[in-house]
Ligand binder design. Structure first.
Ligand SMILES: *Cc1c(COP(=O)(O)O)cnc(C)c1O
Length: 457
């Protein structure tokens, strides 16, 4: 038989419903708490900030939630995405493992993020909304949302972490080309931003701070603007499950089933997207697939954080969530995987880790870039620095299989390409990238600032 490398689905196989893992969690998610009172948030509080349909999805318990037809129509611009068997990487590693990757870099902006951006823009437009505010780190999320807002005739206001705004102008031009408005964060446009700029006019910013600014602008807009989250919240992970649902069908085409499924984890959305449908197979159909989240050792939320209540943003304006966290005040070192520099983790991923249903590994950025270059030399695609965490974890699994002399079927999500991240690759190849020790002191300081939530837990 001819050796097949690529497993493509026809357009007709595009999923009609997302998978909602709320239906299969060992215990229901704790509802978010109000940032000032600590009491469970009311729908009224959330409705100021977000479209109603998304708030409803966060709390929904049905296992399947229909993908609206206009969203499926836009998905068809790049979905179903390909699944590839990394035969050339297998050969380079001389491993008996079979390595498969689901490639989300074929979307127009080069990552998985439009899977939720398009859905969110659809619901906002459907409810008569006019514009979204949001944060972005390196610019991937801002690009996805700017494009989606353009598709649905909505405005898009993006608070971009200042270091990235200055170092990565190309993503800003992408956002502006799609019609988005981009501001460096901290910005003088918000009280949260002004307070930080007063203390430090050169403040580098962080994702947590940019979230605070985007939320403040939405909350103060009298309903004209709503806030959009690019990761972390249940509805975002729900929308991303289209990745794993396709991958299940494609593994079937390949005639194999994964022993291990891997995704990189920043806020948890591409990891949840590839992993949750396989978690469902474990829980409902007795499969024993290991599910592994790969995170940066400089921001090790799952492997070193605590499972506690904490603010979802940096300034304490967003709801308080039960999750794995390094403390909302923690500003991670400036690793190049900007999309993984977040202090918390999606509550659903946190709950699964706590229940022992998923595992996590922390990886240094140097080991990630080494893996990314190896992958690029074998498979041609230079992955996003974020995705390199998954690539590294997959390579380590394949090498472990080789050492054990066993065949192992490995599936990982290649969440995006790195074509906008060549400055980081350049620094890696010039030997300029640093290895980071675990930032123990910064985490310890941030841990002292956790909010106290005592009841109902
Ligand atoms: C944003 C991003 C991530 C990290 O976000 P998650 O929500 O954890 O998926 C990972 N990979 C790429 C390519 C990204 O753009």
């Amino acid at each position: 038989m001819d050796k097949q490398t690529r497993f493509d689905l026809p357009e007709s196989a595009l999923p009609r419903a997302w998978y909602n893992i709320n239906a299969d969690l060992p215990s229901p998610l704790a509802p978010p708490r109000h940032p000032q009172t600590g009491a469970p948030v009311t729908p009224e509080f959330l409705e100021v900030l977000m479209p109603r349909a998304l708030i409803a999805q966060d709390a929904a318990s049905a296992a399947e939630i229909e993908i609206p037809e206009p969203v499926r129509e836009v998905y068809k611009l790049w979905r179903p995405t390909p699944l590839l068997r990394a035969r050339r990487l297998e050969a380079a590693l001389e491993t008996p493992a079979h390595i498969y990757y689901k490639y989300e870099g074929v979307s127009p902006v080069g990552s998985h993020k439009p899977n939720t951006a398009v859905a969110q823009a659809f619901y906002l437009e459907d409810e008569g909304g006019r514009a979204f505010t949001t944060e972005t780190g390196a610019g991937q999320w801002g690009s996805a949302l700017s494009m989606a807002c353009q598709f649905f005739g909505l405005g898009c206001e993006v608070y971009m972490v200042r270091v990235s705004y200055e170092q990565k102008p190309f993503r800003r031009f992408v956002m502006e080309s799609y019609g988005g408005s981009v501001y460096p964060s901290p910005s003088p446009r918000t009280a949260a931003g002004r307070a930080l700029l007063e203390r430090d006019p050169d403040h580098p910013g962080s994702l947590g701070i940019a979230i605070s600014e985007a939320i403040e602008m939405a909350a103060g807009s009298g309903g004209a603007k709503k806030y959009s989250a690019g990761s972390f919240l249940p509805h975002v992970l729900l929308h991303q499950t289209v990745i794993g649902l396709e991958a299940l069908q494609q593994m079937d085409l390949a005639g194999e089933y994964p022993d291990v499924v891997i995704g990189c984890a920043g806020g948890g959305s591409n990891f949840g997207g590839i992993a949750f449908p396989f978690v469902r197979e474990n829980l409902r159909h007795g499969r024993r697939t290991r599910i592994v989240a790969a995170e940066p050792s400089a921001c090790p939320t799952l492997t070193r954080g605590v499972y506690a209540w904490d603010y979802a943003d940096g300034a304490g304006m967003a709801p308080i969530i039960r999750m794995h966290t390094l403390g909302h005040g923690f500003v991670p070192p400036g690793i190049h995987a900007g999309g993984l520099r977040y202090h918390g983790m999606a509550p659903q991923v946190s709950a699964l880790l706590d229940a022992g249903l998923v595992e996590a590994v922390a990886i240094d950025q140097l080991d990630c870039f080494e893996a990314g270059v190896l992958f690029g030399r074998a498979e041609g695609i230079l992955p996003a620095p974020e995705s390199n965490h998954a690539v590294r974890a997959a390579i380590d699994e394949a090498l472990a299989a080789k050492a054990a002399g066993e065949k192992r079927v490995i599936l990982f999500n290649l969440s995006g390409h790195g074509n906008f991240d060549m400055a980081a690759y350049g620094r890696y190849m010039a030997g300029e990238l640093e290895r980071y020790d675990y930032p123990a002191e910064a985490v310890a300081a941030a841990m002292r600032e956790l909010p106290e939530i005592t009841d109902g837990d």
